[in-house]
Design a protein around this ligand. Structure first.
Ligand code: DX5
Ligand code: ZN
Length: 219
């Protein structure tokens, strides 16, 4: 499981007037998970979409849905995203006071529970959570927008997290989100990452299927 390598296109950069077709291209080209970025204009300065769109996506793809909550008080909306078909749900360490309770509540729905760290948030804030989290998402950009550049320091953070995992025999998967492209995905993979979110490097290219396949091949 810790050797899994999964590609998760982020539909934030897809064409929302043609979402179904864009998702289909990635699915046929080997995508493993669909990443859904939920933004409320409060926790991050941008608005995206909610459970209604996640539910619509769930109806048109067989792939698991990874719901990344960039919202205030995410605990209030967890049941709605579970109903919408989420298979993975992640909440930000910076927003959730009762992280243990919230992760357990996600797991109680039989959904994979993850914690997200912003670039400025250190790994040791999760010392007491490593044992119960199903996955840890390392933000490699400051959240809120697609199309930003990968923050190089994130690579060290992923390496360190992988070392912590190996040393303690933890089971969580490591996910990366932000600025992932066909040039840097291999070194991120070598650092120990398992799940690779990619938005603009898939959907803002002329050929979604080719971009998906290239990323998969480069992992
Ligand atoms: C950023 C989001 C990302 C975003 C990634 O706040 O969490 O998932 O869509 O987009 P790219 O791959 O373009 O950096
Ligand atoms: Zn995301």
């Amino acid at each position: 499981m810790k050797n899994e390598k999964l590609l998760a296109p982020s539909i934030l950069s897809a064409n929302f007037a043609n979402l179904s077709q864009d998702i289909r291209y990635t699915e046929l080209a080997g995508a493993d998970i669909i990443h859904c970025d939920i933004m409320d204009g409060q926790f991050v300065p941008n608005l995206s979409f909610g459970p209604l769109v996640v539910s619509a996506v769930n109806k048109i793809t067989e792939l698991p849905l990874d719901v990344h909550l960039m919202i205030k008080n995410p605990e209030n909306l967890i049941p709605a995203f579970v109903d919408a078909g989420a298979d993975f749900i992640s909440v930000h360490q910076e927003e959730v006071v009762h992280l243990n309770r919230v992760l357990e509540s996600i797991k109680a729905f039989n959904v994979k529970a993850g914690v997200v760290l912003n670039p400025a948030t250190p790994l040791n804030t999760l010392n007491e959570i490593f044992e119960i989290a199903d996955f840890i998402l390392i933000m490699s950009v400051n959240p809120g927008f697609g199309g930003q550049s990968f923050i190089e320091q994130s690579l060290n953070k992923i390496k360190k997290l992988n070392e912590i995992r190996q040393k303690n025999n933890y089971n969580f998967l490591i996910e990366v989100d932000g600025g992932v492209n066909s040039q840097n995905i291999k070194k991120i993979s070598d650092a120990g990452c398992n799940i690779f979110v990619a938005g603009s490097s898939i959907f803002s290219t002329g050929n979604i299927a080719a971009a998906t396949a290239e990323l998969k091949n480069n992992i």
